[in-house]
Design a binder for this molecule. Structure first.
Ligand code: ZN
Length: 451
């Protein structure tokens, strides 16, 4: 393994250049920009690293990149990643161009460098380093890289189900993780689920002069009143039955949570806020962030929002909401509970539609694969890996619910990587460690039980 680490140190500059080039290629799924080009670029980089890679056409969506590298043992690890990125807007908030891939003071700034191109390429570079430092690969590796994660993976489930044999593996390394507020490396064992939906109210055929407000219904008020029934001021979600399927947390997981540092102070400082929701402090922050479901308004649109004033009573109003769900809430069931709730509260005129849905998932902290990832981390990091039993975010892990393979996420971001926001960045030192961690994991996986 030492030869591989030396290779990484000696060739790191070239690896960073690869990453810069990869991040400079836009791949914005939401805007259909650069998708096929990026998939082909990735295949080429994987082939250069010694991975048999190809684009698999995906009739329902953006192409999927698949890669395979044969190993010494018959164990197989599946790497799940995505090559699409979030839109860069608002571009004026970026200090450097979002697709400029500029490096300043050891930090790479680029849309997607943390989520998820850096993590993806760190795995490609790990394999390159193992193969080019004179080793054969310790275990079999399969890459599954989709192009629709940032738009909710609409065709991913069908794709995976159509390729079950190809994707057969003993364990899966998931796409994403980042160092926490105290710079501890983190492994993530689960995802929250999500129900994303839109509410729409139409109160008439046309907006009218606001002198009519005393008699003509206002769609914006109607929507606000409906939204106001969903949650109380203590963050309790008031939809009947909403919490019914939430599972209790096992003792091993409770222990793991105690070792996760509270992000309270770091969050406040970084975001410039003086208090968190419900005045959460210390451990309460992690409990709320990771183990509680939420109901969030992503955006509300109605009436006139331009410069100056316009006296108008709008006839249309819409809102986008996301509910983050925890094991074992079912997004489809939550959707029908939401509909029933609105009806019961007298808002039958408020239309609701689903934009996307993903179920929550969690790999038990007691899985052997998790311990192997932790031992591999000891070869690289000077701090122990923090086990995060579930992440606060959502991804399509539930697509693999048909297998019982453990799924764990590691990555190259840090607490200030600002994924999805302007100035997304990674530190190059973290990138190098991420490459080494993946390389170390492959060596450990050959020697140790992963199931
Ligand atoms: Zn993302």
């Amino acid at each position: 393994m030492q030869k591989t680490f030396t290779y990484i140190d000696d060739h790191f500059e070239g690896m960073v250049k690869d990453l810069q080039a990869f991040c400079a290629q836009p791949s914005i799924a939401a805007q259909n920009i650069g998708m096929a080009e990026t998939a082909h670029m990735l295949v080429q980089k994987m082939q250069e690293a010694g991975i048999e890679a190809r684009v698999l056409e995906n009739e329902n969506g953006y192409p999927v990149v698949y890669g395979e590298a044969k190993g010494n043992s018959d164990k197989t690890l599946l790497f799940y990643n995505h090559y699409d990125v979030q839109p860069p807007e608002p571009i004026e908030k970026w200090n450097y161009p979002p697709f400029g891939s500029e490096i300043h003071d050891g930090i790479l700034y680029a849309r997607g460098c943390s989520d998820n191109k850096g993590t993806l390429l760190s795995r490609v570079h790990a394999i390159e380093a193992i193969l080019k430092s004179g080793h054969t690969l310790p275990v079999n590796v399969k890459f599954l890289v989709e192009g629709e994660e940032e738009i909710g993976s609409p065709s991913f489930e069908a794709f995976v189900h159509a390729h079950k044999d190809l994707l057969q593996a003993d364990a899966c390394l998931w796409e994403n993780s980042a160092k926490d507020e105290e710079d501890n490396p983190v492994v993530k064992l689960g995802n929250k689920g999500m129900l994303y939906c839109q509410l729409h109210v139409k109160t008439g055929n046309t907006d009218v002069h606001s002198m009519n407000a005393p008699v003509v219904p206002n769609a914006a008020w109607r929507l606000v009143q409906a939204l106001n029934t969903l949650k109380d001021e203590k963050e309790n979600i008031l939809i009947e039955g909403f919490y019914d399927d939430v599972l209790p947390i096992c003792p091993e997981e409770t222990e793991a949570w105690k070792k996760v540092p509270s992000p309270e102070e770091g969050l406040k400082k970084r975001l410039g806020i003086s208090r968190l929701v419900n005045d959460a402090k210390g451990d309460e922050v992690n409990i709320a962030l990771y183990t509680k479901p939420s109901c969030n308004i992503c955006g509300v649109v109605s009436g006139y929002t331009g410069e100056g004033q316009k006296t108008v009573t709008p006839c249309d109003a819409s809102a986008k909401l996301d509910f983050r769900l925890v094991v074992a809430q079912d997004p489809q069931k939550i959707f029908s509970l939401l509909r029933s709730h609105l009806d019961r509260k007298g808002f039958t005129d408020v239309e609701v539609s689903i934009t996307s849905a993903a179920a929550p998932t969690k790999t038990p902290v007691t899985e052997k694969f998790v311990q192997v990832i932790c031992r591999a981390a000891e070869d690289v990091y000077d701090k122990p890996l923090v086990i995060l039993p579930t992440a606060a975010g959502t991804g399509p892990r539930d697509v693999f619910a048909y297998t019982d393979m453990p799924i764990a996420g590691i990555g190259c971001g840090h607490a200030g990587s600002v994924q999805h926001a302007p100035n997304e960045n990674i530190r190059l030192t973290d990138y190098k460690e991420a490459i080494k961690h993946v390389a170390a994991l492959l060596f450990h996986a050959e020697q140790e039980e992963i199931r």
